[in-house]
Design a binder for this molecule. Structure first.
Ligand code: KG4
Ligand code: ZN
Length: 399
């Protein structure tokens, strides 16, 4: 079977993952060891525990990814690893192991930006669709129309990038980011303050259809102040316009979280929240029925209205950016891209604008290593290899 086989390793947050991907587009194996159970009692990721769990899992997870792909350490062509952004201690576990493997095996080592990984996850599923439709591999997605607008929406990020490709090289321009909380972070914080546990996104996704999304109206996020963090690469620019002339499309989700907190307080929901939190804590793996049994209708309405507000904001701003920048294709990726209402709304509204919208499959939307191996492939072709002394960059930017 010809092609380049890249072993990808991902350890930036609370998942230890390894995968083998052929030529940036065919997933041969994809193993993800989740740390949910470790962090669940704390209601969020505890960085020290994350590093320890990565140390425990990294060797067996890589071994399993190679075994499932019918590969050996020696038969892969390169080793790719997440450099950042993420938790420094967690990143270091993957990087140290990838370096050791590359050194011992004398293989090229490729450092990958986690956000670029999320964008390339979309290409893995495009390739799968091509295969099923044409029964023939498409090389480097010649059918893909540029420019691409990519919304990367996860627990740590809410970013809009304009992506272009020249030969096999990709470039990115950030035209929007969150000024405060990421969308996934808002899902997680709201779930926590409603006593629904961690992580919040998947639970809210499943509960929302049982509530009335029109019950509570949240005002749209107002972004009045200048972006004090400057542009995504740290250069100071005008608040609503950057050098290339593209307007900015920033997000803000801390206001809605505060609005929900206030709603819980003014509607005397605190005692019910605490009772729900304790009840769910005593169930090892709560099912939808367990959540429903512990949620009254006002809580379900609150959940549904919250999700609708976030989805409308994400879709509205992203499609406005797509129109303003006259893009040909839209990618929506990252953990929150697994959300059913977000997918349906993007598909419906994208179709109205005649804009093709692509998502990764749900398992490839959340953190995984196949996306890291996929993003490494253009770098493999360009021989853009990492030096052995590169290190983790917790705040790594994409450009
Ligand atoms: O991409 P990801 O696995 O990790 C980061 O890079 O942050 O995203 C995790 C985030 C969490 O905030 C989680 O609550 C959210 O994605 N998430 C969801 C869904 N599945 C995961 N949010 C909404 N609906 C979902 N179905
Ligand atoms: Zn991620």
């Amino acid at each position: 079977m010809p092609g380049a086989f890249i072993l990808g390793i991902e350890s930036s947050c609370d998942e230890t993952a390894a995968a083998v991907v052929r030529s940036g587009e065919q997933v041969i194996s994809n193993v993800v060891a989740s740390q949910f159970a470790t962090h669940q009692p704390y209601g969020g990721v505890v960085p020290e525990l994350a590093s320890r769990e990565h140390l425990r899992a990294i060797v067996p997870v890589v071994r399993q990814a190679l075994a499932e792909a019918h590969h050996t350490y020696n038969s892969v062509d390169a080793i790719a690893v997440t450099q950042g952004p993420g938790l420094a201690g967690a990143l270091l576990v993957g990087i140290s192991y990838a370096k050791a493997l590359a050194f011992a095996l004398d293989k090229p080592l490729i450092a990958v930006n986690h956000i670029e990984g999320h964008i390339h996850a979309v290409l893995l599923d495009l390739a799968k669709n091509d295969l099923s439709q044409n029964q023939e591999r498409q090389k480097a997605h010649p059918e893909l129309q540029f420019p691409v607008l990519a919304l990367v929406v996860s627990g740590g990020h809410t970013h809009l990038y304009l992506a272009a490709r020249q030969d096999s090289s990709w470039t990115y321009e950030n035209i929007g980011h969150t000024r405060d909380d990421a969308a996934g972070e808002a899902f997680d914080k709201v779930a926590k303050l409603l006593g629904l546990g961690y992580p919040g996104g998947p639970v809210i996704d499943r509960l929302a259809p049982h509530g009335d999304a029109k019950a509570i109206k949240f005002p749209p996020a107002q972004i009045k102040h200048r972006d004090r963090r400057g542009r995504n690469d740290g250069k100071a620019v005008a608040p609503d316009r950057q050098e290339a002339g593209h307007p900015r499309f920033d997000f803000s989700y801390s206001g809605i979280k505060t609005a929900i907190l206030r709603y819980v307080e003014t509607h005397d929901m605190r005692a019910a929240v605490e009772a729900r939190r304790l009840a769910l804590l005593n169930i090892a793996k709560p099912k939808l029925e367990d959540y429903l049994a512990h949620c009254d209708q006002p809580t379900l309405d609150l959940v549904a209205s919250f999700q609708r507000a976030i989805v409308d904001d994400l879709v509205g701003k992203t499609l406005a950016a797509a129109r303003a920048c006259d893009v040909a294709t839209l990618f929506v990726t990252g953990g929150v891209a697994a959300n059913s209402e977000l997918r349906q709304t993007f598909e419906r509204e994208g179709a109205k604008q005649g804009l093709p919208v692509h998502f990764p499959s749900r398992p490839l939307s959340t953190d995984n290593a196949a996306m890291i191996a996929a993003a490494a492939y253009p770098k493999f072709l360009l021989k853009d290899f990492a030096a052995m002394d590169f290190s983790a960059e917790a705040g790594l930017q994409l450009r």
